[in-house]
Design a protein around this ligand. Sequence first.
Ligand SMILES: [Zn+2]
Length: 277
Amino acid sequence: MPELPEVETVRRHLACALSGRRLHRVRARRNDLLKGGWHCRALERELTGRTVGEIGRRGKNLIIGLSNGAVLLAHLGMTGRLCVTDAEAPTDQHTHLIADLSDGRRLVFRDPRRFGHLELCADGRPGESETLRNVGLDAMADAFTARRLAEMLAGRTAPVKAALLDQRCVAGIGNIYACEAMFRAGISPQAPCGELSEEQVRRLHRAIRRVLAEAIAAEGTTIADYVTGAGVPGRFGERLRVYGREGERCRRRGCAGVIERIVQSNRSTFYCPACQR
Ligand SMILES: [Zn+2]
């Protein structure tokens, strides 16, 4: 599933290719991919003629500003892709929204597994939308400080990893970057949140910010479907230290540990038992 660095890469692509363009013919094909009670025909009517403004992001959600104050929200789910293509680029049964743009190109939303969705906030109040109302602070936001992280973890008995994946606390971290951040911070994925010391919370916060920043710079990690705006895989995959490396040697210099995989809340967790106690 695309996490914060992958969605940020998509945001940057759209900021170049979509901002300032007018949507002039819009075709939406599936009501079940629209949240907030929208139907395709109403969405097409509302979007047609609007000009795209600034494009933001909170966690794994794209926030696309439109003229007259409306906002289009997009979540890419597992396999969703939102990009600007040439008008001649082929579409198929997995292409759920096509909008012709004023520059002759097209905005396309394609999602084979259909865990993604779109939601229009015609009133311009995305914070109250179905998509965002339970989404917490973005993991790269200035307001997400070590102190805020400490407040989020305090008193909780759940494992740290579960808290990092909970989008209501801090938004944008998924399975890959939760594993990588805990490895860099030297924290066991099974440690209960409330038992981390102040110093461990500071290390975890620093590790989260660093791994996300490095992954953004590398345009994300491609495990399965995700590609950058240029249609190529992200380059962070080769820099993963634990994720997907079960049975391989730990990459920390001087460590003789072997990466293990355990299952936590139905998700694989990769970690080094020697570095993360
Ligand atoms: Zn190790």
